[in-house]
Design a protein around this ligand. Structure first.
Ligand code: SF4
Length: 309
């Protein structure tokens, strides 16, 4: 199947080359290349209804979980070890456990890594609230792959997904919170595309809340230049703990509809904030712990937790 949007003819060839070795942008690279997630970002500036962030939890493989939070310097140690242990590492990603753009350590880490590992693809995953004010500095720090989690583009839907947004020193709730978040997500997306970043849009599929809205999200983000969309099934917890997640058939049907507007990434494993390695090779077989295989054999790193926020 081919995927053609209005922007494809101008942007697609160049963008495809930029993420050819990124395991989270396409199936071909997913099983061949590795990513190094460094958990340097504990703080978050919003509260999604489905999110529970956990530290020191080796038994859950989902976003928002990390064994420890590390400093930028400690993250560099992880990167050096990972690069030495596995030549398939191509991507440095910051994906939490909070929002990378709500933590200055994220930019510090990218700047350090840019010096020492200029060949690594720099990737960041954000809720997008701070994107308009941060996207330029991310670009200057060498970030070329950007993921924005967009779960709605309509306040009628979005107001039910987020509990609050903390923006420029003030806390907003309900519809007002969503309107600020959404405006920044879409403006940030547009600017990231203008700067040449390859943008993936993650959307959490919440049955009964935004399932009928996914196609509209696909249409809007495609028109703004997003490269690929990743629809992820809800992991029921927090406010949505009693929602029954979509079945594989429901997920597939919605992806098929959205694919008419934007290419779909279907291999996402909803990784932890400290995942390292080729996706799917984490060692979950024995004790349900997802420590990367190549790190299992090494002495523990001397990592101190950052100050609690
Ligand atoms: S942006 Fe991520 S860390 Fe922040 S509340 Fe949402 S899911 Fe949780």
């Amino acid at each position: 199947m081919t995927f053609t949007t209005a922007l494809d003819s101008q942007l697609q060839p160049d963008l495809s080359a930029k993420v050819a070795a990124h395991p989270c942008y396409g199936k071909a690279a997913h099983f061949r290349f590795g990513r190094i997630h460094v958990p340097v970002a504990p703080k978050c500036n919003i509260q999604c209804g489905y999110c529970v962030r956990k530290y020191d939890c080796p038994n859950e493989n989902r976003p928002g979980v990390t064994t420890k939070v590390v400093s930028p310097e400690q993250a560099l140690t992880t990167i050096r070890q990972a690069m030495k242990a596995d030549s398939r590492m191509t991507v440095l990603g910051i994906a939490g456990p909070g929002d990378p753009l709500a933590n200055s350590a994220s930019l510090e880490t990218f700047l350090l890594a840019k010096e020492e590992f200029p060949g690594l693809v720099k990737c960041v995953s954000t809720n997008g609230l701070a994107l308009p004010e941060r996207v330029e500095e991310l670009h200057k720090a060498g970030v070329t792959a950007l993921t924005i989690t967009i779960n709605a583009v309509d306040p009628e839907v979005g107001q039910h997904i987020y509990t609050h947004v903390r923006y420029q020193g003030k806390t907003y709730r309900d519809r007002e919170a969503f309107e600020i978040l959404s405006a920044n997500q879409l403006a940030g997306l547009k600017e990231a595309v203008r700067l040449g970043m390859v943008v993936k849009v993650n959307s959490v599929l919440i049955p009964g809340v935004n399932d009928q809205h996914m196609v509209e999200i696909a249409r809007v983000v495609s028109a703004l230049g997003a490269y690929v969309m990743n629809i992820m099934p809800l992991i029921p917890q927090a406010k949505f703990k009693d929602v029954i997640p979509p079945t594989p058939a429901e997920l597939a049907a919605i992806r098929t509809e959205c694919e008419k507007h934007i290419k779909q990434f279907m291999n996402c494993r909803q990784c932890r904030a400290d995942a390292v390695g080729v996706p799917g090779e984490e060692d979950c077989s024995t004790d349900n712990s997802c420590t990367p295989k190549f790190l299992n054999d090494q002495a523990p790193m001397n990592l101190q937790p950052r100050k609690k926020v």
